[in-house]
Design a protein around this ligand. Structure first.
Ligand code: SF4
Length: 462
């Protein structure tokens, strides 16, 4: 197998060149993480909720086929047309064929990471369909012709100034205007026209309920409702892992989702769809795209519990410091680095290494996914598959030799301390030591911890 290039590392380096922006990104995400902490700590039953959510998901995954069939049966009884797609291409073809049946050329779309994963927008645009993303953040990045950098806050990498310039160029707002209320109002007016003209509305699905055949879409802007209620046809696209057994389980997930995502007690709109309105048509597209492969793998199955809250991104020191685009996949951050290699091992072999394995992601995950352990496992799988680049492999083999020979470890420590004492300028040269680009190396201690410990022992025991 060919090895992957250092895509994440290179993109992160480019992101970090703008130090001011990188600091701002880091602080903004940390602010969201802090809000999540306050929201979580305000609920005494938080840990019980996480445990319950995790158990519901474990149970559902153990009988996923049964629940999906139950969902299909009940959805059909409600008058929803159900489609099954094995992969992203099939999903796109199904959506396109529904549009063709209705001679639809204008669609509005609410945020759906699944359609990002399947590259639905370019597929439809190539076929002459006007696709308008109606989530404000999604519309911003669509106008910039770039992918989302975060699953919940797709334009979090942009400042007010960027959006002011963009809206001036595309929506005719005043040059230099940065007032969020003014800019949002302009987006509202622009989008309102698109909603009124749309033939078809596409939404994602946050939760589909097997017992009722209905589904729930969570938004803060009400754009999913508006689109689905105004258009004659509503197409809802979901990954097969989004099914939950019963309506009573919704309460557990809805309480966890937005508290984990943004620190809000609940999303502004939790819209329940059960059947098409009078004169309307409703379609539900169930997509596999590698999920059954993930389900069959005991090491990575748990990643299918993900409810896409984004908390693991907000807390991740690597995500905060490298920006979402450096992950070059639809779902960035720690969970994306587990999901992406399952879709294409060669293309995304760099991502499981974009982590410090500090475990903060696993600590905040509302469904208790062992994220950092799965990232560690992916490194082993990629290593065995020969998908790790040779420089990393050589480095790891070198560390293996060093750590398994105590005399060599002692010698290397001594040599390092001597070098740093005698030639401090070498240790602080960025071309020789990338750590020194932003900081000075600390002064080396006169003796190693091992020597100090032996000395203290001798003094104490005589
Ligand atoms: S892995 Fe957990 S924390 Fe990350 S997005 Fe999914 S549910 Fe949220």
């Amino acid at each position: 197998m060919e090895t992957a290039s250092l895509k994440h590392a290179e993109a992160a380096e480019a992101f970090l060149r703008d130090e001011e922006n990188a600091d701002w990104h880091n602080e903004t995400l940390w602010f969201v993480r802090s809000k999540r902490d306050r929201a979580a700590h305000s609920l005494p039953e938080w840990e019980q909720l996480r445990e319950q959510a995790s158990q519901i998901k474990t149970h559902t995954l153990s009988r996923l086929d049964d629940y999906l069939i139950q969902l299909e049966e009940n959805a059909k009884k409600n008058g929803i047309t159900v489609h099954w797609a094995a992969n992203g291409d099939e999903h796109n073809r199904i959506v396109h064929s529904i549009l063709q049946q209705h001679n639809a050329s204008k669609i509005v779309k609410s945020k759906s990471m699944l359609t990002e994963e399947c590259h639905l927008n370019p597929y439809l645009i190539e076929r002459g369909i006007e696709v308008i993303d109606t989530d404000l953040g999604e519309r911003i990045i669509q106008l910039r012709n770039e992918p989302p950098s975060h699953i919940v806050m797709p334009a979090i990498h942009l400042k007010k100034k960027h959006i002011g310039d963009l809206f001036h160029q595309h929506l005719g707002t005043e040059a230099g205007a940065e007032d969020p209320q003014y800019l949002t109002e302009a987006a509202r007016i622009h989008l309102r026209q698109k909603f009124l003209m749309a033939d078809v509305a596409i939404t994602g699905v946050n939760f589909a309920i097997a017992e009722t055949g209905g589904f729930v879409v969570c938004t803060n802007e009400g754009n999913a409702d508006l689109g689905a209620h105004l258009a004659k046809v509503h197409i809802a696209c979901m990954g097969i892992e989004k099914v939950i057994p019963k309506a009573e389980h919704l309460g557990v997930f809805l309480r966890l989702l937005t508290r984990s995502a943004t620190g809000q007690p609940i999303t502004t709109f939790s819209s329940h769809f059960r059947k098409p309105g009078p004169g309307q048509e409703m379609h539900l597209v169930l997509v596999d795209n590698g999920r059954t492969r993930q389900l069959a793998s005991p090491d990575f199955r748990n990643s299918l519990k993900c409810i896409r809250c984004g908390a693991c991104m907000n807390t991740c020191p690597v995500y905060r410091r490298s920006g979402g685009h450096s992950y070059h996949t639809a779902v960035a951050g720690p969970i994306g680095s587990i999901l992406a290699p399952n879709i294409d091992m060669k293309e995304y072999a760099d991502l499981p290494f974009a982590s410090t394995l500090c475990g903060s992601c696993s600590n905040v995950c509302p469904v208790k996914i062992d994220i950092h352990q799965q990232l560690y496992k992916w490194r082993q799988v990629l290593g065995e598959a020969g998908a790790v680049e040779s420089s990393k492999k050589m480095g790891m083999s070198g560390m293996d030799v060093l750590f398994s020979h105590p005399w060599l470890y002692r010698f290397a420590g001594r040599a390092g301390r001597w070098l740093m004492q005698k030639f401090p300028s070498l240790a602080n040269k960025p071309s020789l030591n990338p750590w020194a680009i932003h900081r000075d190396m600390p002064k080396p201690p006169a003796q190693s911890f091992r020597d100090w410990y032996a000395e203290q022992n001798k003094k104490t025991n005589g």
